[in-house]
Design a protein around this ligand. Structure first.
Ligand SMILES: Cc1cc2nc3c(=O)[nH]c(=O)nc-3n(C[C@H](O)[C@H](O)[C@H](O)COP(=O)(O)O)c2cc1C
Length: 210
């Protein structure tokens, strides 16, 4: 069974990210099967303080161990997935601090795994999307899939309810559907599945050789 985490990147309450992730999940549920599941995972639920371990994440677990329960839980949760879809907000023209902090907690849980990034915000969160892609791709050595999904809030009352109440309005959902965002999300997940399928084939070949 392959497991993909739908990571909700926002850490404030109320958060628009939960609503965006619920919408994304409703699209992706159709892609869940006996061999692949997509499971929501909220960074906020881990109550991670600003990074407070005495060791660098790169040293764990080969040379040192995490000392705090919150780090151990976050590490175990992330390690248990084979792929990831991040749903992230943009704060002040960049990646939100809470999202970056959670990513920075870990190093050896990420490499080699496929990841898609979906961002939302007033303009769709393109800067946050790019920054996370660089961090995960270049530093964490993850396979960031080519399809990047940007979800801009519809102008007017929708924008205000998202920003102030963390609620995504019908106008935004309608615009996203009309602008092909559902297809983009499905394409991004298909790209993750493709990476996992290729890896399974390589493993198969290697096993046969042994
Ligand atoms: C501190 C802060 C900074 C923000 N800066 C941006 C920004 O640079 N670009 C953007 O599109 N939206 C920005 N916003 C609006 C957020 O996209 C919006 O509040 C959204 O609801 C945040 O997601 P969340 O509720 O899941 O945290 C900002 C919001 C906050 C709280």
């Amino acid at each position: 069974m392959l497991r993909i985490a739908l990571i909700i990147g926002s850490t404030r309450t109320p958060r628009a990210g939960s609503h965006v992730a619920t919408w994304v999940h409703s699209i992706l549920k159709t892609r869940s099967s006996d061999s692949l599941t997509i499971e929501p995972l909220s960074i906020a639920d881990f109550n991670l303080p600003v990074y407070d371990e005495p060791v660098m994440p790169a040293m764990v677990p080969a040379m040192k161990q995490f000392t705090h329960e919150h780090s151990k839980k976050w590490s175990a949760a992330i390690a248990s997935f084979q792929g990831y879809i991040f749903v992230i907000p943009e704060y002040n023209y960049g990646l939100a601090g809470g999202t970056k902090n959670a990513v920075d907690y870990l190093k050896n849980e990420w490499p080699g795994k496929p990841v898609a990034i979906i961002s939302y915000g007033v303009h769709g969160g393109s800067k946050a999307n790019e920054q996370l892609a660089e961090s995960l791709g270049i530093v964490m050595q993850m396979k960031v899939v080519p399809t990047k999904v940007l979800l801009p809030f519809a102008a007017g009352s929708d924008l205000m309810s998202a920003v102030n109440e963390g609620r995504i309005g019908d106008a935004s959902l309608k615009e996203w559907e009309e602008n092909g965002k559902k297809d983009e999300i499905l394409k991004a997940v298909a790209e993750i599945a493709e990476v996992l399928k290729l890896e399974a084939k390589v493993e198969d070949v290697l096993e046969r050789k042994e």
